[in-house]
Design a binder for this molecule. Sequence first.
Ligand SMILES: [Zn+2]
Length: 188
Amino acid sequence: MPIDVQNIDWQNTNLQFSIGIHPLFIENADEQLKIVSQCLSHSQVKFIGEIGLDKRFENLNEQQNVFERQMQLAEDFKKPVIVHCVRAINEVLAIAKNFPSVKLIFHGFRGKPQLAKQILNAGYFLSFGEKSLLSADTISFVPQNKIFVETDESEISIEEIYRKIAEIKGISVHELCDAVKENIVKFA
Ligand SMILES: [Zn+2]
C-alpha cells in the first residue's frame, strides 16, 4: 500500500518499508532522491522499490537515469531492490550489471519462460502475483528457491495466490511457504 514517506513517524513505527521512485513518477527526481536517501538511514526501510523501467512511457532516458541513481543508493546502503519492469528487461539488466552486489526481485512477473531464464541467469529473483497466474508455464519453470509471492494491487487474497501457484507447481502450499521464507532470508 503506497504511503507518503513524509508522514512516517520513524520513532514510533515498527512497520517495514520499501521506498523508491517508481518509473512513472520521476518528476522532481533530484528532490525525490534526496528524500529517498534520507529515508534509507532508517532501519525500518528494508528495500528500495518499486524502481525500474517502463517502456509504456516514452521518457526512457530519464527513467534510466533515475533508476541508475537509485541502484547506486542500493549499493551504498546495501539494500535489495524491488524492480518494476515493463518491456525493458535488457535495459534493466544492463544497468543492474554495473551494481553486482545489489540483489533484485522482478515484481509481478508475467513474461515468458525465456525472459525468466534471462533474469535467473543473472542471479535475480521473481515475484508472482495475480496477473502472473496466466503465465503458468513460467511459474512451473522457475525454481522454488527463486520465487516470491505478492498481492500488489490484486483483488484476490495472498492465500489464494499461494494456493494457485502451489497448484501450478504441483507442490503443497506449506512447501511453497517454506521456500518463500527461505528466499526472504537469502534476499533481505
Ligand atoms: Zn510495478
